[in-house]
Design a protein. Structure first.
Ligand code: FAD
Length: 323
């Protein structure tokens, strides 16, 4: 059964977030030959539309309004409801990002629909669409089907393979002039807490430090390794609590949940609360002085040694590979 599916594309710091393309790929599977319509919000929305078509969207609907230049659940909620009223989709896909996690339940409630959140795979099996999502902090996976109403899902960044970019693709881009009522909260300015760099939740490579880095300066070798690998730096709560780095880097049960292709844990013991945020990474490398450390139980490759010796050696070797 073919369906019309809409996806919400996210713009951050002047570029489309990769999860926007992953949402289109998931929507293609859900649409089963039906139309995939990507939605873009904000005054500059038009300029990003073609890229979404190159990555598989059949059509793009923009709502160009200055009230949508910054995310607010109020403004985006009104705009999305206007798009949904006009498009009447049978499927909706958002990224499982801070934005998606805030907005999707609100819209699902308004639509009186269910919500399958944090999806890591979508497949067709036995005539059903089956959605896989991690449960119990990533220790198990459950498979869900939607039996009634709109299929509303959020997809975890870095899990659904994007479709091949094809500049030969074309599609209509239309603007919907939705009436956005006065917002109850207005974002005046966004001041970023961390320095520029690769977004942790979408990074393909993460070099994470724990209490074993011993100081804020101890993160420097990790930053150098992350830079060579084009990755981001993360941390355990132990390192954040000790004041070695900002809490925005924290990975785990009460921090960010990440699924990079490569996770390098340096001086992290592997407490259950940390594993909750990274154990679904595709390849895990652990560097720890203690051969009994719990992190080795989830690691694909373990290096027993002093991180201050091992990390610079890795950086040097990776540098050679890049030349
Ligand atoms: P430690 O456990 O102290 O481990 C440091 C490791 O570094 C040791 O294994 C040691 O052998 C190694 N080491 C030391 N020096 C070196 C060296 N030179 N070279 C190599 N290795 C070295 N934690 C999180 O990470 N994320 C969370 O989201 C989170 N949420 C929590 C929520 C709750 C409700 C609670 C109770 C706890 C939570 N924690 C969380 C904390 C968690 O239980 C651990 O305390 C924390 O993860 C430990 O951080 P760590 O591994 O960096 O430090």
């Amino acid at each position: 059964m073919s369906r019309k599916v809409i996806t919400l594309a996210e713009i951050r710091d002047g570029s489309l977030r990769n999860v926007s393309f992953e949402a289109i790929a998931a929507a293609k599977t859900i649409a089963q030959g039906g139309e995939v319509v990507a939605v873009l919000l904000g005054e500059s929305a038009q300029s990003y539309a073609n890229e979404l078509i190159y990555y598989g969207a059949d059509r793009v609907v923009t709502v160009e309004n200055e009230k949508l230049n910054h995310y607010t659940s109020d403004g985006y909620g009104q705009a999305l409801m206007a798009v949904i009223d006009s498009e009447k989709p049978e499927g909706i896909v958002f990224g499982h990002t801070a934005l998606g996690k805030d907005l999707a339940p609100k819209l699902a409630t308004k639509l009186n629909s269910g919500l399958v959140s944090d999806v890591v795979a979508v497949e067709e099996a036995g005539g059903n669409l089956v959605f896989t999502r991690p449960i119990y902090s990533g220790k198990a996976f459950e498979k869900k089907i939607v039996t009634d109403g709109v299929i509303f899902v959020t997809v975890r960044p870095n899990n659904i393979p994007v479709l091949e970019r094809d500049e030969a693709r074309s599609g209509n881009v239309t603007n919907l002039s939705a009436n956005i009522k006065d917002l109850r909260t207005i974002v005046k300015e966004v001041v970023r807490k961390t320095a520029e760099g690769v977004d942790l939740s979408e990074a393909k490579v993460i070099v994470a430090g724990g209490r074993g880095v011993k100081s804020a300066d101890g993160f420097k070798p990790l930053q150098e390794l992350a830079e060579v690998l084009g990755g981001a730096v993360g941390a355990s709560r132990g390192a954040c609590d000790a004041g070695y780095c900002d809490y925005s880097l924290q990975i785990g049960q009460t921090g960010k949940v990440v699924t990079p292709d490569l996770y390098i844990a340096c001086g992290i013991s592997g407490a259950i609360q940390h594993l909750a945020g990274m154990s679904n990474s595709k390849v895990i490398v652990a560097i720890n002085k203690d051969s009994e450390a719990n992190i080795f139980k989830v690691a694909d490759y373990g290096i027993v040694g002093d991180l201050f010796e091992v990390v610079p050696l890795l950086t040097e070797e990776f540098k050679k590979l890049k030349v």
